[in-house]
Design a protein around this ligand. Structure first.
Ligand SMILES: [Fe+2]
Ligand SMILES: [Fe+2]
Length: 164
């Protein structure tokens, strides 16, 4: 094994965190779908798939360096948000939390002089900048739209529409 036991354990924890995010966004997508906000639902389904890809990317790295993959049970995602804005706010906070988790992993890699893991994690550092920024943006739009959910929905549909 080319990674420490501590790094192995932390990476497995992050696999669960990413699957947890995937579940959380799927629950939100279902809520939006139920409100006939198909654009928002589609956006969050896309996020669901992305988070699953993140989990598998880490899983593949752990396997590649000869570590052990231990998958954990996931808590049920929250689905009873009081409003669309509350759900998006939770998604934003979730991304901030994941960013901290990734930074903690980077700090561990630095401490252990584990340059391979440090290099691997850089992709996630960059990805989180994008993820936090786009969730922050969506939250601002939701705040501006207020009770006018159709405005938010049409903004999202416009955002998802193929360019060109
Ligand atoms: Fe992620
Ligand atoms: Fe994310």
């Amino acid at each position: 094994m080319h990674i420490s036991k501590a790094m192995n354990a932390k990476l497995c924890e992050q696999i669960s965190n990413e699957f947890g995010a995937s579940q959380a966004y799927l629950a939100m997508a279902c809520m939006f779908d139920g409100l006939a906000l198909k654009g928002l639902a589609k956006l969050f389904r896309k996020q669901t798939d992305e988070e699953r890809e993140h989990a598998l990317k880490i899983l593949d790295y752990v396997l590649e360096v000869g570590g052990d993959v231990k998958l954990a049970a996931l808590p049920a995602p929250k689905s009873d948000f009081s409003s669309v804005k509350a759900a998006i706010d939770a998604a934003h906070k979730h991304e901030l939390r994941v960013t901290q988790q990734i930074h903690d992993l980077v700090a561990l890699a630095d401490k252990e002089k584990d340059y391979a893991s440090r290099s691997f994690l850089q992709w996630f550092v960059d990805e989180q900048v994008e993820e936090v920024s786009s969730m922050e943006h969506l939250l601002r739009i939701a705040e501006m739209a207020g009770v006018n959910l159709l405005q938010l929905e049409s903004y999202v549909r416009h955002m998802l529409a193929p360019k060109g």
